[in-house]
Design a protein around this ligand. Structure first.
Ligand code: NAD
Length: 477
């Protein structure tokens, strides 16, 4: 059993002041794999004080030097990729090969993009050629609280830490209590990369403890949060008293519009994307909305594809999906599958219970529902498990109506051979991202949502922009 109770504060690993022990459960074995400490107010205060003290020096550090430290971080990150992959695999159940390629890969991708974006970023510029002497300076917001979830842990940690750091902010990271181990390795990497003491601090804790203490803290200037819409609302309220900047990346209920002229791989792609990471992705295309003339064929194809997906332990190499993160999620997903059945949707793959032969571990059967209607619970709630809902539309207007009929607005998908239709739909869909015909977002393209999916943008230059104040200076000489 791994023991990792210390926090990283002011450049040192320190014992908790008022922490309490917490067992991290391995979702493959259902047994504890590590004991960490969940911090309390004194730990939060110590980390915020360190970040506050480090702020003036770090803000004054030239951007070029801050970029050099990101380059150091990238080098050590690549060296320790296996440690990060192993940590994510045991704490949140990512199959080890997927953890190596996708979970770790996402982090290096973002650090690289921030290096590139920071080199091209307009840190200081004349405001306008007609406004003599005016200047715009992009400078740090200040002390940032970075609160992350467990589902793509390194993806989210790097999106926040690298952007905040290169923009001159200092920070306290509070990762999810479900996935603290990769964040601990990451803190070692920040230390190795040479970031000055206090620029980056790590305190483990839960939402009601360290999470809430950070969002209410008078010395925290900004909260950048990724997680559930439920917690996002609480955080907005908590941060309101001190009027912090609040950046929210929340849940989703993505629509995948499949037209009859979609390419032959569209359905397979949609099912695989839905089931990736055991369905635990905010941008999962969880509602497949299909043109009536192609409906029966698509249902058959989607069911056959889901039945081919194998499920297995996270420590097993090869291509499969692992368990979901914990017992609470497992029970919630089982309940939603049962609700889908009770409300009249038709199971065409999977269903309630564990996959055959997997009696221990939080495994869910890759499940596909057909004949889902917009009023059903499974068409509305973010399930966060390997469960796909297939719905039907008669014309384009109805497709858009169903797709937009959700409080969420993170990612929608369109599969069609008709370019005019694709472009029309890209404007009509109310989401921060629209991905068409299997094209994923380009390098450094902004990631984020509308409506109840949040308000910020992460990645590349947009990601940096969310971590800067815009200062306009008159009388510059
Ligand atoms: P969660 O909201 O339960 O927890 C996320 C983080 O917030 C954790 O670190 C948790 O300890 C902390 N937290 C919880 N309540 C808090 C509070 N009141 N104050 C401060 N901190 C608090 O979410 P989760 O279960 O860890 O993650 C799954 C959710 O995250 C899903 O809804 C998913 O869609 C969303 N998500 C969104 C994105 C995105 O970019 N939009 C990416 C990944 C995950």
């Amino acid at each position: 059993m791994i023991e990792k109770k210390q926090f990283y504060i002011n450049g040192q690993w320190v014992d908790p002041i008022d922490g309490r022990d917490y067992n991290v459960i391995n979702p493959t074995t259902e047994d504890p794999c590590a004991v960490i400490s969940l911090g309390g107010q004194a730990d939060t205060d110590a980390a915020v004080a360190a970040a506050k003290a480090a702020l003036p020096g770090w803000m004054a550090t030239p951007v070029a030097d801050r970029i050099l430290l990101l380059e150091n971080l990238l080098a050590v990150y690549m060296d320790r990729g296996e440690d990060l992959a192993q940590a994510m695999s045991i704490e949140m159940g990512a199959p080890i090969d997927m953890a190596r390629a996708s979970q770790v890969g996402a982090g290096s991708y973002h650090i690289k993009n921030f290096i590139r974006a920071a080199k091209a970023y307009d840190w200081e510029s004349p405001f306008d050629e007609r406004t003599e002497g005016a200047r715009i300076i992009h400078e740090a917001v200040g002390v940032c609280a970075l609160i992350t979830p467990w589902n793509w842990p390194m993806n989210q940690v790097t999106l926040k830490v690298a952007a905040a750091a290169v923009a001159g902010n200092t920070m306290v990271l509070k990762p999810s209590e479900e996935s603290p181990l990769d964040a601990i390795v990451f803190a070692e990497l920040m230390d190795e990369a040479g970031f000055p003491p206090g620029v980056f601090n790590l305190v483990n804790g839960d939402g009601v403890g360290v999470g809430s203490q950070l969002t209410a803290h008078p010395d925290v200037d900004m909260v950048s949060f990724t997680g559930s819409t439920r917690a996002g609302k609480l955080i907005s309220k908590s941060a309101a008293d001190t009027l912090k900047r609040v950046h929210l990346e929340l849940g989703g209920k993505g629509a995948n519009l499949i037209f009859a002229d979609a390419d032959e791989k569209a359905v397979k792609r949609g099912v695989l994307h839905m089931m990736e990471n055991s369905g635990q992705s905010c941008n999962a295309p969880s509602r497949m909305i299909v043109e009536a003339s192609a409906y029966d064929r698509v249902v058959e194809e989607a069911a056959a594809m889901a039945q081919k997906i194998s499920v297995g332990p996270a420590d097993k190499e090869g291509r499969h999906i692992g368990p979901v993160v914990n017992e609470t999620q497992w029970t919630k997903i089982q309940g939603l599958i049962q609700t889908g059945i009770d409300e009249g949707a038709r199971v065409v793959a999977g269903g309630v219970g564990r996959p055959d032969g997997l009696n221990k571990g939080f495994y869910v059967r890759p499940t596909v529902f057909a004949d889902v209607t917009p009023d059903m619970t499974i068409a509305n709630e973010e399930i966060f498990g390997p469960v796909l809902s297939i719905m039907k539309f008669d014309d384009e207007d109805e497709a858009v109506r169903i797709a937009n009929d959700t409080p969420y607005g993170l990612t929608n998908y369109v599969q069609s051979a008709d370019p005019a239709r694709r472009n029309r739909l890209a404007r009509q869909l109310r989401s921060g991202m629209v991905e068409m015909n299997g094209m994923s977002r380009g390098t450094g393209a902004p990631f984020g949502g509308m409506k109840m999916s949040g308000n910020g943008r992460e990645g590349g230059s947009y990601g940096i922009h969310d971590f800067v104040e815009v200062k306009s200076v008159s009388g510059w000489t």
